[in-house]
Design a protein around this ligand. Structure first.
Ligand SMILES: CCCCCCCC/C=C/CCCCCCCC(=O)SCCNC(=O)CCNC(=O)[C@H](O)C(C)(C)COP(=O)(O)OP(=O)(O)OC[C@H]1O[C@@H](n2cnc3c(N)ncnc32)[C@H](O)[C@@H]1OP(=O)(O)O
Length: 477
């Protein structure tokens, strides 16, 4: 696979490695997993079919020549792809510790480690061998990814530039010491967000501020608008990954980005209508309708779009609300006020974090009903994906009430999928779970909910479900 990377990126990659938590002997000495990018004065020693070591690094751990780390599909993969990870050349039943780590674009470290034991043949296949402890336990082929935690407290994984991958370092250490030192093999794997041939097209059409991602080929492709929640800016990573599955996806900003409003106090649905028209009219987008994917506040915006705008065929919300929250919403002279809240209902956890799950008023009680989104007006099909441990708001209640409203008006029954022990931030697969972080709207650290393993499995399933839903209702490319 041709790596479309410039030497600059490669140099940056190696520089990142130099700052990595690896033992000094190996810092900056490990090369990318593609021999084509190697330009070292010392001929690299191949530590595995996909990983290479510099001669000095290999010598630093004498047995590294025998031990090899392999993962497929190859030296690079997409963040939402599962990997097959195995270790070869170990001693029979040898205890080892595997560690995965990388740094995000702000230089913050994410890492996970787990203890394993080689089989009688000195092999270790993460698809079959149970982790004996560490960041996770049991047979978890992708445990080293979804169990990663940031070194910086209250930090979320955010991919800001989807054109560059995260360089994930995987190491095999001898033994089960809490701080193992003897590295036997390591490899760097490129985890990207832009699939082969996926095109990234900045969109500055009329007032629309977005980025369009097109799959390889001429299409036309089913079109989806992807909207994040409160926080502002333009996050592209969910759209870029989804485009890798055959959709034309428009990542849409709506405040705190370029010349858009600086805050979300007042939003106008006409802006979102313009985005729908842009996508619908794109030559590589298959009509007649488009899909909407909204997370959190992005979810209630998608419900408002589906309720008031034409040509919305399929709508998926990830922990969305069925009331308009956090902003006044205007459309053609109509004004929908934000659902009220009562800070007195904010609880503080024993660790001192805000739990805002009860802060919002009940949208079914007067006078809050004026904030209700009239989903009964929508022609769209709906899929509500819900984390049952969502501490941002009552996602399950909102999904069930929206379903009642739709069916009371003779509309199609929406699909509701609830995930136990799953919090608010349902991200694409293998994103580390964020239990606590800064809430842009509330202005303080809040708990989001979610038990790491269950939430991680929910992310994997939710991604499959939404892709299947969109393919079913929007067609395949
Ligand atoms: C306790 C008193 C409360 C009183 C109020 C009354 C209560 C009201 C209750 C209401 C009930 C609930 C209502 C909720 C409605 C909204 C629901 C939601 O949408 S929840 C949010 C869902 N989030 C998303 O969809 C993600 C949206 N985007 C973002 O989070 C941001 O775009 C970004 C953080 C990814 C990037 O921010 P950017 O624009 O680039 O700004 P900057 O980098 O300067 O960061 C600003 C600020 O954000 C924090 N931050 C940044 N990056 C991270 C990170 N990777 N992990 C964690 N936190 C991050 C950080 O604090 C930054 O501030 P600094 O000063 O720079 O530290």
């Amino acid at each position: 696979m041709a790596l479309t990377r410039s030497p600059r990126w490669f140099a940056k990659g190696v520089a990142d490695l130099a700052n990595s938590p690896w033992p000094p002997t190996l810092r900056g000495r490990v090369w990318l997993a593609s021999p084509r990018l190697i330009s070292s004065p010392e001929p690299p020693t191949f530590g595995s079919s996909f990983g290479v070591l510099s001669k000095r690094a290999a010598a630093a751990s004498s047995s590294s020549m025998a031990v090899s780390l392999r993962w497929s599909p190859g030296p690079r993969s997409l963040w939402d792809e599962p990997l097959a990870i195995s270790v070869h050349g170990l001693a029979p039943a040898q205890p080892v510790t595997l560690r995965a780590s990388f740094r995000d674009e702000k230089g913050e470290l994410f890492q996970a480690s787990a203890r394993y034991q080689a089989d009688a043949g000195g092999q270790l296949d993460l698809a079959r061998a149970p982790a004996l402890g560490g960041s996770y336990s049991g047979v978890e082929p992708m445990g080293l990814f979804w169990s990663m935690k940031p070194a910086k407290p209250y930090w979320r994984l955010v991919k800001r530039d989807v054109q560059t991958p995260f360089l994930v370092e995987l190491e095999v250490y001898d033994g089960h010491d809490p701080q193992p030192t003897k590295v036997m093999a390591q490899v760097v794997h490129e985890r990207g967000f832009l699939g082969p041939g996926v095109k990234r097209i900045p969109v500055r059409e009329g007032s629309v501020r977005a980025t369009l991602f097109l799959p390889p080929g001429s299409g036309p492709f089913p079109g989806i608008i992807d909207i994040f929640g409160a926080g502002g800016g333009l996050l592209e990573y969910r759209a870029s990954l989804l485009a890798g599955h055959g959709f034309a996806v428009l990542a849409l900003a709506y405040y705190a980005f370029e010349d858009l409003p600086k805050d979300m106090k007042e939003l106008h649905l006409e802006y979102f209508e313009e985005a729908v028209q842009y996508l619908k009219n794109h030559s590589q987008v298959k009509g007649p309708g488009v899909g909407l994917l909204g997370f959190s506040k992005g979810g209630d915006l998608c419900l408002s779009m589906a309720s008031h705008l034409k040509d919305i065929t399929a709508t998926v919300t990830l922990n969305g609300s069925m009331a308009n929250v956090g902003s006044v919403l205007h459309y053609k002279g109509m004004t929908i006020p934000p659902l009220g809240s009562d800070p007195k209902r904010i609880k503080m956890t024993k660790d001192g974090f805000a739990d805002i799950v009860d802060a919002l008023n009940n949208p079914l009680e007067e006078p809050n009903r004026r904030s209700l989104i009239p989903v009964e007006k929508a022609e769209s099909c709906f899929l509500f994906l819900v984390g049952l441990d969502d501490h941002n708001w009552k996602s399950e209640f909102y999904a069930n009430e929206a379903a009642k409203l739709l069916q009371a008006h003779g509309k199609k029954k929406p699909k509701i999928i609830c995930y136990p022990a799953t919090g608010h931030y349902i991200e694409p697969p293998y994103f580390p779970v964020c239990p606590v972080s800064f809430h842009a709207l509330v202005g303080t650290l809040v708990i989001w909910g979610g038990e790491v393993s269950a939430h991680s499995m929910a992310q994997i399933d939710a991604w499959k479900q939404l892709r299947a839903f969109f393919h079913k209702h929007l067609g395949k490319d």
